[in-house]
Write a protein that binds this ligand. Sequence first.
Ligand code: FAD
Length: 392
Amino acid sequence: METRTLILGAGAAGMMCAAHAGPGTLVVDHAKAPGEKIRISGGGRCNFTNLDIRFERFLGRNPHFHKSALSRYTQWDFIARVSEAGIAWHEKTLGQLFCDGSAKEIIAMLRADMERAGAQLWLSTEVKSVDHVDGRFVVTLLREGRQITCRAQNLVLATGGKSIPKMGATGLAYDIARQFGHEITETRPALVPLTFPGGRFKPLSGVATQARASCNDTSFDEALLFTHRGLSGPSILQISSYWREGDAVTLDLLPETDIAAILSEKRRSDGKKQIATELARHMPQRLVEHLAPDLGLVERLGNLSDARIAALSDALKAWAVTPGGSEGYRTAEVTLGGVATDAISSKTMESARRPGLYVIGEATDVTGWLGGYNFQWAWSSGWAAGQAIAEM
Ligand code: FAD
C-alpha cells in the first residue's frame, strides 16, 4: 500500500502530528489504544501543559533546539484548543494545568482532530522493518497476522522513549534514527524516584514534607515523599533529571524557615521545651522522631549552645544524602536524551540526514521538567512536523 505520510506511534506527539499533517496520513501503533500515557498521566487527569513554559526548563545537549517549535505552537495554542473542545481545566500548582474531568477527554479530542483531518489509525500493528528505496520509505508492518508493505514519502518517528516498558515503550525510534545515520545521545531514566541501599528510609515510608532538593547547581522547592525504596515526590523527580550516579542530593527540610533564628528565640522564651517538640511544629512528627537519636533532639532548648543551633540548622537545611540509583525505566516518567538534535531541523523536525524522515516528542533529545512540560513538547514538536508536512 501507498501513503503520503506514515507516523509510527499514536502517542501525544504522533496524534498531534497526524491532526495537522494533511491528507494521506496513516498512524500505526502496536498498542491496543492510542495515547495510553496521556490516559494515565497526572493521576488520570493529564497535566497537559504549563502556564509558565520557559525554555530553560527543558534539558538536552542543544539548549536552543526546542525554542522554535515551542514558540510557534505555544501552551496558549493548546489551551485554546482544549477550551474550544469544551474540556474544563484548572491550574493545580506552579502553573500546571489539569483536566477537571478525565485525561480521556484529551485523547478523544486528539482522535477527533485526527479523524477530521482524514488520518487513519491502525492499532495492534507491529513495525517489522524500515527501509528507504527510490526516495520512498518502505515499512513492513504486521497487522492481524498479515504482513503489509507500506510505502511512504514521509516517515515520522513518534514512538517516544524507553520509560514504562510495561506500557509498550520501546527504543524503536532510536533504532530507526540510528539506521539513517543519526546519533543517539546517552539515554537514562528521568523524573524518577531515587533509591537508597539498605532500606535507609523505610521507617519513614509514607512521610511527606515540603523540601528543597539540590544537585549540580539546580534546586527544586516542592513536596518530598519518603518511600520504602528511597525518596520520591515532585522535588525528587525533578532533581533526578540533574542527578548522576555518585552525586549527593542536598535536602533542605525547612526551606521556608530560618530554624536557627527560631531555636535561638525559643531557647530564650521557652527553654524548658524539648527541641523535638519545637521542631515538630515545623516538620512532620515522624520525621522528627526518626532524626531525634542522631541529632540529639530529646533535650531542652535551654541547653542549646550557639554552635549546636548552627549544627542543627545545617543538619536540617543541608542534609546530604547519596542515592544508590533510581527506580529506572520501570517508573520513570520520561527518558532523558534521545535522537541528537544536531541533525534535525528545529523548525520542521525533519532529518538533515534523510529528507522525509521526522523525529518528534520524547524520542528527541529534549526533556522537560515535571509539570506539563513534556506534553507541551509533544504538542509543539508534533505540530511543527505536521505543519511542515502539510505545507510540502
Ligand atoms: P508516547 O506518548 O510515549 O507515545 C509513543 C507511542 O508509540 C505509544 O502509543 C506506544 O505504544 C508507541 N510505540 C512505542 N514503541 C512502538 C513500537 N515498537 N511499535 C509501534 N508503536 C510503538 N508529561 C506531562 O507533560 N504531564 C504529565 O502529567 C505527565 N504524566 C506522566 C505520567 C506517567 C506515568 C508517565 C509515564 C509519563 C508522564 N508524562 C507526563 C510524560 C509524557 O507522557 C510523555 O512525555 C509523552 O507521552 C511523550 O509523548 P510521545 O508521543 O513522544 O510518546
